[in-house]
Design a protein around this ligand. Structure first.
Ligand SMILES: CC/C=C/CC(=O)SCCNC(=O)CCNC(=O)[C@H](O)C(C)(C)COP(=O)(O)OP(=O)(O)OC[C@H]1O[C@@H](n2cnc3c(N)ncnc32)[C@H](O)[C@@H]1OP(=O)(O)O
Length: 754
């Protein structure tokens, strides 16, 4: 447990008949409250100081110790008839302190503690307010009854941390609610509302009123009643009729979606143990499975991602300004300009966040189409959430002057600098003073856009990812003149929208796309050298990406990149051959993608791309003999001899090139730390979370090895300067390859010397 208020107090209503154990889980203010709680547990100032010092090492140990002690006192006191376990400050318990996992566990272990609660001969009632997650819910499942507030959230999210509910959760939940629902909750980590928990049978009662009072009343009402039928571990696990088929199907499903993550698979195995073994043996199985996960490295990666996601909220700019010094402006009303795919998604996301939105599109027909699409997206979302669609929060207009009273505008028009500059010029004329002007560009220069406005400090990039109402990532791009307040406002709005928002500097492609270019480029080079799209995609998908480079390119459309390359003067029409046709600005360039586009093969939408599809729009990719013979002809025309390439080389070339660019981004100060890059890749680019993001992954591979492989590939391909190892990588290796959480120190030193 992370936190404790080992606070014993007597219920004012029931004298000493019900004793309350307060378990609080507000992590951020844990230290002070725990200190106070320890003091309240008895002992003078001296004892208190000792306990507090211990807690500083391991907060959860103190929480567990206090629960054990207080329950013991309550059970031995004849005047106490029932016990209510509750949290403090509106929270039951968010589960184990993840930071404890890295070190040696001290204090009483959780499982015997929960067993002792379940074995108690007085009713133990959990009063659940706020969160009951992970070990917190496992504790509640050890109680004989559970009373929840209507706003409570319950779940076993361990799987998202690379673990399974190993304090009996995987054995008790199926016994309580049945195998299918338990499998769903445990394998996904899905958090449920109190209403759903009641429907599933996880809680016994839901209250709109004071939860502790309701629980105390309830505890008194059941005092003295037999408890045998309330101890979940003694329940037989309800076995569905065809349970073998059910578990096989569950296993097939998790293996399909886990992308190599071990925890979801272990969760199915643990629930299967609950359904097939006596409780004690099931607990042994739970322990074995947990031990494997704990030592797998995947749990460490996922826990890193958990903290990285929170670390990116503590953003900073090269000037030193940051989250702690910059106050965001309130944003109640926003406008979206341009209602293509991105604009529609952004409109939906803003409305679902509770903002008033003005959606602007100049052409009547497009405006009407967009309105229809936005309406149905909102209706579908509302149906899924069981809420009313936020249709009345949106007004539609063809007139840009409708921005007059908004606090923030997000421009999502076509990626064309001249067009965007014109939009920004008009916005500057019509918006009220102080309105934040945001661009959703994924490639254009935010500084150039800002220069076109009278108030460049109000301009930032808000780079959403398609579909914008679904994808969790938001890059907030600050330009040279963006004010810290503008960045703070965009970051706060992103957070409100439920996005993993990362503040990054302005450069070509920002962080995500700048790194992606090198990854894709290596994939093209590998085709030239003898690989096939199937080989490259197979290696990347086995690594854990939902789709490899080529399947992804077919999905998003090959023409998008082609247009950009044409605009940059890279893609040149025609069938030129020889080495010179594959050089741009002195560096190697592969025109393969351009040539495929010249055939009208734009991917899924045209039914042909790197693969073939049954019909345009179809999603099932099949190997395409045309493409293979095209590759052979291409190699022959350019004098290239195909060689055998293995999956290891595919991974090293694609991933290390991407990681190397990540180091350059850190060196350039475009991202403040490795966590920023990792969050961008996990939440926006399908990087498997159980590998922790590219920079974390590099640290697990070992920086000296990454450096050595990059040197090797750069030597083999001197015409690819991007493969030259970055100076920061060399520096980190020279300073002993510190763990990822210490890279910032090296980066800081580097910047201070520049
Ligand atoms: C054998 C024993 C095994 C037990 C299994 C477990 O219990 S594993 C843990 C299961 N619990 C979870 O996964 C819950 C994780 N936490 C959350 O989902 C959320 O933090 C919350 C509890 C719902 C609260 O959300 P809120 O948005 O209010 O706050 P933050 O997420 O920003 O968190 C505030 C700070 O607290 C830190 N923190 C949160 N959870 C933990 C945790 N389990 N262990 C350690 N620290 C935690 C978080 O990092 C924030 O800290 P900052 O320093 O401010 O970044």
């Amino acid at each position: 447990m992370t936190s404790l208020g080992g606070r014993r107090r007597t219920s004012p209503r029931c004298g000493r008949q019900v004793q309350r154990q307060i378990i609080q889980s507000t992590w951020s203010s844990l230290r002070t409250r725990t200190h106070r709680a320890v003091r309240r547990m008895g002992g003078g100032a001296k004892a208190n100081a000792t306990a507090h010092a211990q807690w500083a090492q391991s907060s959860g140990a103190v929480v567990r110790q206090a629960i054990v002690d207080t329950v013991k006192i309550a059970l031995s006191d004849p005047k106490v008839k029932s016990v209510v376990i509750c949290g403090q400050n509106g929270n039951f318990c968010g589960g184990a302190d993840i930071k404890e996992f890295g070190g040696e566990m001290t204090g009483p272990p959780l499982i015997p503690m929960i067993h002792a609660i379940e074995a108690a001969n007085k009713p133990m009632v959990a009063a659940i307010e706020g969160n009951a997650l992970g070990g917190g819910l496992e504790l509640a499942l050890g109680c004989h009854y559970r009373i929840a507030h209507s706003k409570a959230r319950l779940g076993l999210p361990e799987v998202t941390l690379g673990l399974l509910p190993a304090a009996g959760g995987s054995q008790r939940l199926p016994r309580l609610i049945g195998v299918p629902d338990a499998l769903d909750l445990i394998t996904t980590g899905r958090i449920v509302t109190a209403a759903e928990a009641l429907r599933l049978g996880i809680v016994d009662q839901v209250t709109e009123h004071n939860t502790v009072d309701a629980a105390v009343k309830f505890a008194l009402s059941v005092a003295g009643q037999p408890l045998d039928a309330r101890r979940i571990s003694t329940f037989p696990c309800p076995r569905p009729p065809d349970s073998d088929a059910l578990f096989e199907e569950a296993m097939r499903k998790v293996r399909g979606s886990a992308r190599g993550a071990m925890a979801p698979v272990a969760c199915v195995q643990a629930v299967r143990a609950a359904a097939t073994l006596p409780y004690e043996r099931g607990m042994e199985r739970e322990k074995e499975l947990m031990a494997t996960l704990f030592t797998s490295g995947q749990a460490r990666a996922l826990q890193y991602v958990f903290f990285a996601q929170r670390a990116v909220g503590r953003w900073s700019m090269p000037s030193g300004a940051g989250w702690d010094t910059s106050k965001p402006r309130p944003v109640n009303k926003a406008a979206v300009i341009g209602l293509g795919t991105m604009g529609r998604g952004i409109t939906v996301a803003l409305a679902q966040t509770g903002l008033s939105v003005v959606a602007i599109e100049t052409q009547e027909k497009q405006l009407m189409e967009a309105k229809q699409a936005v309406t149905s997206m909102l209706e579908r979302g509302a149906k899924r959430r069981g809420a009313a669609p936020a249709l009345d929060r949106i007004s539609y207009s063809r007139n840009i002057q409708a921005v007059a009273d908004v606090d923030l505008v997000i421009e999502a028009v076509f990626e064309d600098m001249a067009l965007k500059l014109e939009v920004f010029r008009q916005l500057s004329a019509f918006c009220k003073p102080g309105t934040l002007l945001c661009t959703n560009t994924s490639a254009l220069d935010v500084d150039e856009l800002a220069r076109g406005t009278p108030n460049p400090e109000l301009v930032v990039g808000m780079h959403f990812f398609a579909p914008a109402h679904v994808m969790k990532l938001l890059e907030v791009v600050y330009g040279k003149r963006s004010s810290p307040q503008a960045v703070a406002t965009a970051m706060q709005l992103g957070k409100k929208m439920g996005k993993a928002s990362v503040a990054v500097g302005n450069c070509r492609g920002f962080v995500g796309n700048r790194m992606l270019r090198l990854y894709v480029e290596q994939a093209f080079f590998l085709l030239e050298e003898g690989a096939t799209p199937e080989l490259v995609d197979g290696a990347l998908e086995e690594f854990g990406f939902p789709m490899g480079v080529f399947r992804m390119s077919d999905l998003s459309g090959l023409d998008v990149g082609w247009r950009t390359r044409k605009a940059a003067g890279q893609a040149q029409p025609g069938e030129a051959s020889g080495q010179s046709a594959r050089i741009r600005n002195g560096s190697r360039y592969s025109p393969i993608g351009d040539l495929v586009c010249e055939q009208g093969r734009f991917g899924q939408k045209t039914g042909r791309g790197w693969y073939q599809y049954d019909k345009p729009g179809s999603r099932v990719a099949r190997s395409d003999p045309w493409l293979h013979s095209f590759l052979e002809q291409y190699r022959a025309r350019h004098g290239l001899v195909a060689r055998s390439i293995d999956r290891q080389e595919v991974l090293e070339r694609c991933l290390y090139a991407l990681v190397n660019e990540g180091f350059r981004i850190l060196e350039d100060g475009i991202a403040a730390g490795p966590e920023d890059i990792d969050v961008i890749y996990v939440f926006g680019y399908g990087w498997p979370g159980h590998r922790g993001g590219p920079m974390f992954y590099a640290s697990t591979v070992g920086l000296p090895k990454v450096l050595e492989r990059l040197e090797h590939y750069h030597q083999a391909h001197p015409d690819v300067p991007d493969l030259q190892p970055c100076g920061l990588l060399r520096r980190l290796v020279a300073s002993g390859s510190p763990p990822v959480h210490r890279w910032r120190e090296v980066i800081k030193k580097l910047h201070s010397q520049l």
